[in-house]
Design a protein around this ligand. Structure first.
Ligand SMILES: [Mg+2]
Length: 456
């Protein structure tokens, strides 16, 4: 198109040539116009002949961290309405709430929840929860951007120099605060500052809610980082043996496979993958089918060892979170592979890719790459990934994208990727996956065992 300024009719024609399918995405209040209209890439429905890159979401697709995010959002509502125990409030609703609090930006998630649950908030509890979150972020938080935002929010209520408070400084020596410390600090902060707050607008609630959410999530991540995962798991889920950050089923096979690393011990990988498939699905396989599937899996191993895929993580989490989560999940994958494989040079080589997520991924794109605006369902994060992986536009059809949420699948298609796989898990199974090319409810094992990664 050489003409720069065009009429509505000319714009219509331009759009008509682009795609048959469009998606409407609502913009935040400060953006003109109220919505964006994105053309969606044509779905790739024919069996693929070649794949050169895989772009994948993190929370809920690669890792199980979605549960921790949900917990932290629920915690925010609980503290704002002083209904901490399960008996005082059973918590967020899987059916009506989960589709609105998974896969979008944190701001959107918090916005939705505040709108719905605002009527239960009590001013005193909001003040207390926010002040504690602000204190923790400034004294114990590790993310500079978060500290800045919290300071700005405090300033709005004329609270400055919290970090210089002689009473609070005493707690800085503690590695972690126990419940008694926390109660003391909350009371101190409330008594000192509650007069600074008059009434809250909807936007205030959102900003303060975001601070409380991040504080909770980051405190959990920090505790996992120093090896307190067992205590956190016990506190949160009543089960010290529950791994808080794990790889989604099949990941320990899928990741080495697409990088072309499975050149030996293929049988072990196949059996491990098959075990990861849900029992009901396994029963449907006859012995002959298992044999056939195994051979196809071996073919894929050979195929990718000759032409490994480029790989990227694309997440709406900020980098600070992605870094901790990926470190943890790679520890888990490393130990799974270490356990699975027999000692050999092959094993040493494959493990070297999983010592650190940076040795494995060609690129990691987080919300921090897009200044935390225009996150999924906008296409930007995926477009950045395609750029960083150096995939030219005419090769977008050789890219496969994986997401567990509605927003994520829209973002993939809007970025021009026509092979978009939805891999929902329990908490995202209620999402609308109209944008997905394929929906694989049994996750990565289904993608490989049932669809042969969409190769013939
Ligand atoms: Mg996700």
């Amino acid at each position: 198109m050489s003409k720069k300024f065009i009429s509505k009719n000319e714009a219509k024609k331009l759009i008509a040539d682009l795609s048959d399918e469009f998606v409407v995405i609502n913009n935040p209040l400060y953006i003109y116009p109220d919505y964006e209209i994105y053309p969606l890439a044509k779905k790739v429905l024919k069996p693929v002949k070649h794949l050169s890159a895989a772009v994948m979401d993190m929370d809920g697709t690669t890792t199980t961290t979605e549960l921790l995010c949900i917990h932290s959002l629920e915690f925010m509502i609980r503290t704002f309405s002083n209904r901490i125990s399960k008996s005082s409030w059973r918590g967020l609703d899987e059916k009506s709430d989960y589709p609105n609090i998974i896969g979008n930006s944190t701001t959107k998630h918090v916005e939705y929840l505040i709108k719905k649950y605002q009527k239960y908030f009590r001013k005193t509890d909001v003040i207390e929860a926010f002040l504690f979150a602000a204190f923790w972020t400034l004294f114990f938080g590790k993310d500079a951007q978060r500290k800045q935002e919290v300071s700005a929010n405090l300033k709005q209520f004329n609270i400055i120099n919290l970090t210089g408070d002689s009473y609070l400084i005493k707690f800085k020596q503690n590695l972690f605060l126990d419940e008694e410390d926390k109660a003391q600090i909350r009371k101190y902060l409330y008594d000192k500052f509650n007069k600074n707050f008059s009434s809250f607008t909807f936007n205030d609630y959102i900003r303060l809610g975001i601070d409380v959410y991040y504080q909770r999530y980051h405190e959990i991540l920090e505790r996992i980082k120093i090896g307190e995962g067992r205590f956190v798991a016990d506190e949160l889920f009543g089960d010290p043996n529950k791994h808080l950050i794990e790889a989604m089923p099949g990941m320990s096979v899928f990741l080495p496979l697409i990088k072309g690393l499975i050149t030996e011990q293929k049988d072990l990988f196949f059996n491990f993958l098959f075990e990861n498939y849900q029992n009901k699905e396994k029963e449907n396989f006859t012995l002959r089918q298992i044999e056939k599937t195994r051979n196809k899996f071996f073919d894929l191993c050979d195929y990718f060892s000759n032409s490994p895929m480029k790989t990227a993580i694309v997440t709406s989490s900020i980098f600070y979170e992605a870094d901790i989560v990926l470190r943890e999940v790679f520890k888990v994958i490393y130990s799974e592979l270490n356990h699975l494989l027999s000692d050999s040079d092959f094993k040493t080589r494959i493990l070297s890719y999983f010592k650190d997520y940076n040795s494995y991924y060609d690129s990691v794109i987080s919300a921090s790459d897009s200044s935390e605006i225009r996150l999924k369902p906008h296409r930007d994060l995926y477009s950045i990934a395609l750029y960083k992986l150096n995939i030219p536009k005419e090769k977008f059809s050789e890219v496969i994208g994986f997401e567990d949420s509605e927003s994520g699948t829209i973002a993939i298609r809007a970025a021009g990727i026509g092979l978009c796989i939805a891999v929902p898990f329990a908490q995202t199974s209620g999402h609308n996956f109209k944008a997905a090319t394929y929906i694989c409810k049994k996750g990565i094992p289904e993608v490989l065992l049932k669809h042969n990664l969409f190769f013939k």
